[in-house]
Every structure is written in structure tokens, then in C-alpha cells.
Design a protein around this ligand. Structure first.
Ligand SMILES: [Zn+2]
Ligand SMILES: [Zn+2]
Length: 397
């Protein structure tokens, strides 16, 4: 491990910042206090700050030398609408809100890099520090882009990072190509004809049609797409009826579809619609089907991934970077940034919870779990990675 020394010396302060943000979680597009904390620190360290992109987004700008090269480093700031089960000192002070995805840690690691880079300008070019809102479902990355992020701050590449429970603490992982899935949702209403449950011949039973559609859809995944392509189709809700002796008028099915490519997504969306309509028609029913694409697949650029791997190895050593790490069917709105700019998104191992002391909840230290907490030992590691990435991307003349 070759951490950046002055960042190690700053670790206690970073821990204080991280725990303060953890104690004051804010949801999508409401990250006012968090943005204030970020902006105040950046300004205190003499860094130019631009606010308001994506409502609460903050961009810090550090220029050095004369080169026109520039890179962007991105952290997310938002928390989740869930109850924290930890009872330690820095547990959430807001009922029903929690930093259960470690964005408090991401924000702090980028601040750690900012602090160092503001004092040690061993680079030639511009670093844009991007603190975005609303990763958890609100597409804050896209909102900042719509507000002109890449026009106002032209950059050659953009990089992101997420802590990753289950991967050993202090190790990194990244692969070229798709690393996180597209996230999409569907909503189906099967329209039948209600009636007496003892007289099915006088009705069109939407429950039986919904069951057949559910099976037909799983056949798209198992029989129609190439088995070498990845896809998940999960029906997460089925609603119909209100009595034991009444055939309802309609049945509703909703759920999620995940894929690693837009081609597979196109196939699934089209065939779900056709299968549902065809099965419904075979049984004299009809359907309303809608499909919403939320986040696209996150696709790492091969060259930038190889570059990021070098920067990670410079910090934690050759063996501590898993270049074959398992991709995730979860989704991440940094995918929008990677559609616009070359770059790479990496996992930083958060361990299995061995960092937790008194007062943690009884559940596992997993993302989106009420007993989760970010591992503070990662603060100097993530910040050192950002610094090495900057110094290697923008080498001094
Ligand atoms: Zn999350
Ligand atoms: Zn997250």
C-alpha cells in the first residue's frame, strides 16, 4: 500500500467530515446541507466552486500549469429513504433517511483528494471535482449534464468510484465493458371481464391470463435471447381481486428488467409487449403495457479502464486490483456520464463489516441494509486513488 502521505495525516479530519455527513443524510435533490458542507470545505481550501447544476450539485475547479487537458472526478451525495438500525454516535439524526450506500464516504474521499490537490499541484491541466445529487433513482448525473456540466467544464475523461461490500477492504476491482446493468421497469394491466367465480364461462379471468403472461415472459429470457447475453426479468408485484368468490376485471403486474446491453434491452421490451398482447388475445383479454428505461448499462471504456487499473495499482499494489471482478446487475447513473465521455467506474472493497464497532445494527454490512456503515479505513485509499489518477492523467510538463 502506497498511500499519499499528507492524506494519511488528514485522515482524522476526513473521518470527522464523513461521520458528520452520515449523521445528516439528505434524499434526492434535497442535498442542501451536504452541498453547503462540500462547498464550504472547497472554498476554505481556496478551490473555485460552481453550484446549482442539477439543483444541489457542486463542481470544484483546480487548475494548474498551462495544459488544456482536463479530467472529471465524480462523487454522489444523496442518501436513501430508509431507517438506520445502527445506534453509534454518528447514526442518522433524521428518521427514515440513511446513508446506506456509502455516498457519505464517496463525497469525503473526493474532498480528501481536493484538499491534497489544492496544496500539492503536481499536475498540469484542470481537475473538475463533481459532487452530484440524486444517484438513487433521480438520475442526478443526467440532470447535471442537462444543466451543462460537460459544456461549461470541458473534460477529456470522467471517473467514478463506489465502495463495494464483499470485496476485501483496501482492494479495487474494475473491468472494461459493461460493469453495471441497465435498470428498467414495466407496468402491465391485463383487462378481462369480471363476474361470479362460480361462473367463469361468463367472464374473462385476468388472473389466469396474467399467470400465462408471467410464464411467457420468462421464456423470452430462457429461450429467445442468446444464452451468452445477460438479462434479468423479475416480476415484483401481482395485484388482482378483492374477494374469494369474485373474478376481478383486471390484474396488474409490475417489475424490473436488467441487461448489460441496449440490444438485449430492445429485444426484451419488444417481445414482452408482443407476448403479453398475443397471450391476452388468445384468451379474449387485452393489455395495457408500459415500459420505462431508467438508467442505461454502465460501460467502462477499455483504454481508460487500463489506465485506472494502473492508478489503483500505484496505490494498493499489483495484487490488490481485481481486473476480473464480477459485474453487478445493479444500476448506477454514472452510466450517463460514460455515454458522453470516456472514462471508468471502479469498485473499492468495503470488506465484510469487520470495521464495525459498538452500536452497529444486527444485519449484514451490505449496501441498502439498515446495518450498513461505510468503512472509514477506505478514506485515504480512495482519496489517494483520485490523486494518482490526476497526476498520471495530467503529468507535469
Ligand atoms: Zn445505492
Ligand atoms: Zn450508491
Amino acid at each position: 500500500m502506497r498511500l499519499v502521505e499528507p492524506i494519511l495525516a488528514f485522515q482524522a479530519e476526513l473521518e470527522t467530515i464523513r461521520r458528520d455527513i452520515h449523521a445528516h443524510p439528505e434524499l434526492c435533490y434535497q442535498e442542501q446541507r451536504t452541498a453547503d458542507v462540500v462547498a464550504a470545505r472547497l472554498q476554505e481550501w481556496g478551490i473555485e466552486v460552481v453550484r446549482g447544476l442539477g439543483v444541489t450539485g457542486v463542481v470544484g475547479i483546480i487548475k494548474n500549469g498551462s495544459s488544456s487537458r482536463a479530467i472529471g472526478l465524480r462523487a454522489d451525495m444523496d442518501a436513501l429513504p430508509m431507517q438506520e438500525l445502527n445506534t453509534f454516535e454518528h447514526a442518522s439524526r433524521h428518521a427514515g433517511k440513511m446513508h446506506a450506500c456509502g455516498h457519505d464516504g464517496h463525497t469525503t474521499m473526493l474532498l480528501g483528494a481536493a484538499h491534497y490537490l489544492s496544496r500539492n499541484r503536481n499536475f498540469d491541466g484542470t481537475v473538475y471535482l463533481i459532487f452530484q445529487p440524486a444517484e438513487e433513482g433521480g438520475a442526478g448525473a443526467r440532470r447535471m449534464m442537462q444543466d451543462g456540466l460537460f459544456d461549461k467544464f470541458p473534460m477529456d475523461a470522467v471517473y467514478g468510484l463506489h465502495n463495494w461490500p464483499g470485496l476485501p477492504a483496501g482492494t479495487f476491482g474494475a473491468i472494461p465493458g459493461p460493469m453495471m446493468a441497465s435498470s428498467n421497469e414495466f407496468h402491465l394491466v391485463v383487462k378481462g371481464k369480471g363476474g361470479h367465480a362460480a361462473q367463469p364461462h361468463r367472464s374473462v379471468d385476468p388472473v389466469m391470463v396474467a399467470v400465462q403472461i408471467a410464464q411467457g415472459w420468462q421464456t423470452i429470457v430462457s429461450r429467445e435471447k442468446n444464452p451468452l447475453d445477460t438479462a434479468v426479468l423479475s416480476i415484483t408485484q401481482i395485484h388482482a381481486g378483492s374477494a374469494t368468490n369474485v373474478i376481478p376485471d383486471d390484474a396488474v403486474m409490475v417489475g424490473t428488467v436488467r441487461t448489460f446491453s441496449t440490444e438485449v434491452l430492445d429485444l426484451l421490451e419488444r417481445r414482452m409487449q408482443e407476448t403479453a398482447a398475443g397471450i391476452a388475445s388468445a384468451f379474449n383479454a387485452s393489455v395495457d403495457f408500459s415500459f420505462k428505461r431508467n438508467y442505461p448499462p454502465l460501460v467502462n471504456h477499455p483504454e481508460k479502464t487500463a489506465f485506472a487499473v494502473e492508478a489503483m495499482r500505484a496505490v494498493v499494489g499489483f495484487d490488490k486490483v481485481d481486473t476480473n471482478v464480477e459485474p453487478s446487475m445493479g444500476a448506477e447513473d454514472f452510466a450517463f456520464m460514460l455515454q458522453a465521455k470516456p472514462g471508468c467506474y471502479v469498485f473499492l472493497g468495503n470488506g465484510d463489516g469487520e470495521h464495525r464497532a459498538h452500536g452497529h445494527g444486527l444485519g449484514p454490512c451490505q449496501l441498502h441494509n439498515g446495518s450498513y456503515d461505510f468503512n472509514d479505513q477506505l478514506l485515504p485509499i480512495g482519496a489517494s486513488y483520485w490523486v494518482r489518477l490526476v497526476e498520471m492523467s495530467l503529468p507535469p510538463a
